[in-house]
Write a protein that binds this ligand. Structure first.
Ligand SMILES: Cc1cc2nc3c(=O)[nH]c(=O)nc-3n(C[C@H](O)[C@H](O)[C@H](O)COP(=O)(O)OP(=O)(O)OC[C@H]3O[C@@H](n4cnc5c(N)ncnc54)[C@H](O)[C@@H]3O)c2cc1C
Length: 461
């Protein structure tokens, strides 16, 4: 077969959106190499006790003032979504040893958290506007300036909901400047859509792919089960080697794997990537966000309006803090899921399913009594251990500046980089992945069509 112009590594949202952009611009001879047996990447549903649940992305943002093309696609495929009852998220907040906190107290703590967020947003804007060089602080440092740093278990779980639940990593290590103000898709005063569709959120990535691929399994431009292990690059082009011993050649490559994967040696770049690039990769952060699903024979948790979520407070920040039932989406499913992040995710991933179940049941018995039934099934995703993801999504660390982030996305010779982590506004989100795919493809098109190839700028090779 003919040598393609571009090889795209990875068939997640960013890789597919880059491929679509190239196709639309007339670059038809492309080849997508995907390590797994499916497209979609971190948009991934799985069948759990007869229901489609989202192992990866679950919330679709876009009810706000900014047009979100991912939401438009979701509407085209009639993706089934519901609106989460975020207004009532704090209405059932349990003490560490069981029993509910008085609603008034929780509301008062939440009010402080909202004011603290507003302060952080204003302070971040001030930093951006008034300080010439790129000065940044952590969200926690911002909270301390507000003189209302969360300290008690109750304050911490509310803060967890306001920050870690979105960022994946705690305020201590997260950039204030690049996280606040929260972007328009998220902080629009409207709840994001919660995806609960038998076809999964991944139907949206498939929809995009089908606009240029004849088949998601056998189109010659897409090869599944191709684990890229080596990229040899020079002014003449790239040679991409896969684990099964194949070699694919092209003029250019677009690498769309997660920054977590780039931090490992799964893909060997030859020559080694320049130092500036390696630093930009190694200093960025990839979090782990874990939704643990549990199926019970019957429900024993609060149900009815305003009960979709419940919170568990613990002196240990992030210890099984945020629970959600699926009664609105899948009535009668008797499924609960609890979200853990960052260090707790790293710890939980090392445990067996049985060990996780034992921990979780101690918490549930504390809240609902010793007579609750044993779960019939448990699902513990392990995104951090998976060599094709090495985490769930990226998080902007407080000591990482804009210049370095630009370098994270900069091309090196004929090798271009894309993916969620390169987004400036929607880092970590499916929407961010979609936009960066387009941006990277356009950058490369500038090179192919106009010979303005940023990969060959002075320092770049
Ligand atoms: C648990 C979890 C919850 C999330 N929640 C949300 C949410 O609610 N809302 C939201 O908008 N976003 C959410 N996200 C983030 C969102 O899923 C990602 O930002 C987005 O899907 C990333 O797309 P991508 O194309 O950048 O990367 P990926 O989807 O990771 O695509 C990269 C592709 O490269 C492949 N690959 C890796 N290594 C190789 C190799 N060596 N050779 C070939 N192929 C390779 C991978 O298999 C993958 O298909 C969540 C993610 C997770 C994991």
């Amino acid at each position: 077969s003919q040598t393609p112009t571009v090889i795209i590594i990875g068939a997640g949202m960013s890789g597919i959106s880059a491929a679509k952009t190239l196709q639309d611009a007339g670059i038809r001879d492309i080849l997508i190499l995907e390590a797994t047996d499916r497209i979609g990447g971190r948009v991934m549903k799985t069948q759990f006790s007869g229901y489609a649940v989202e192992m990866g992305a679950n919330w679709l943002f876009g009810g706000g003032p900014v047009h979100n093309p991912v939401l438009e696609m979701a509407k085209k495929v009639k993706l089934k979504t519901s609106l989460n009852d975020y207004d009532n998220l704090t209405s059932n907040t349990y003490k560490q040893d069981g029993g509910l906190y008085p609603k008034k107290l929780v509301e008062a703590v939440d009010k402080v958290a909202v004011a603290r967020d507003d302060f952080c947003a204003e302070f971040s804007t001030l930093l951006t506007k008034k300080v010439k060089n790129d000065v940044d602080i952590s969200i926690l440092a911002g909270q301390r300036l507000f003189k209302q740093e969360p300290k008690t278990p109750l304050e911490m779980v509310i803060d967890y909901y306001h920050n870690d639940y979105e960022d994946g990593e705690p305020p201590k290590v997260t950039s204030l400047k690049h996280t606040y103000p929260r972007n328009e898709f998220v902080d629009h005063g409207e709840d994001p859509y919660f995806v609960a569709d038998p076809r999964g959120f991944e139907i949206v990535v498939q929809y995009l792919a089908k606009q240029f691929l004849s088949s998601l399994k056998s189109d010659p431009r897409l090869k599944l089960n191709k684990v890229v292990r080596e990229i040899i690059y020079s002014k003449n082009g790239v040679a991409v080697k896969t684990e099964d011993g194949s070699i694919y050649k092209a003029k250019y490559a677009i690498v769309s794997v997660s920054v977590g994967v780039l931090q490992t040696d799964l893909i060997d770049f030859r020559p080694k990537l320049p130092l500036w690039k390696r630093l930009a990769i190694s200093d960025f952060s990839m979090t782990i966000y874990t939704k643990i699903f549990l199926k019970f024979p019957y429900k024993f948790w609060p149900s009815g309006p305003g009960t979709e979520f419940f919170l568990y407070t613990h002196v240990r920040r992030g210890y099984y803090p945020l629970w959600q039932h699926l009664e609105n989406e899948y009535p009668g499913s008797n499924i609960l899921f609890v979200t853990v992040t960052a260090e707790e995710s790293r710890r939980v991933e090392q445990l067996s399913d049985q060990e996780v179940e034992a921990e979780v049941m101690v918490v549930l018995k504390t809240l609902f009594g010793n007579n609750i039934p044993k779960p019939e099934d448990i699902l513990v995703p392990r995104w951090g251990l998976n060599r094709f993801y090495k985490g769930s999504y990226s998080n902007w660390p407080d000591k990482y500046n804009q210049n370095r982030h630009d370098q994270l996305g900069d091309p090196v010779g004929p090798v271009y980089f894309t993916g969620e982590h390169n987004s400036n506004k929607y880092i970590g989100y499916v929407t961010g992945a979609y936009f960066t795919g387009i941006d990277t493809a356009n950058d490369l098109l500038g090179c192919i069509k106009n010979q303005t190839c940023r990969g060959y700028n002075s320092q770049h090779m």
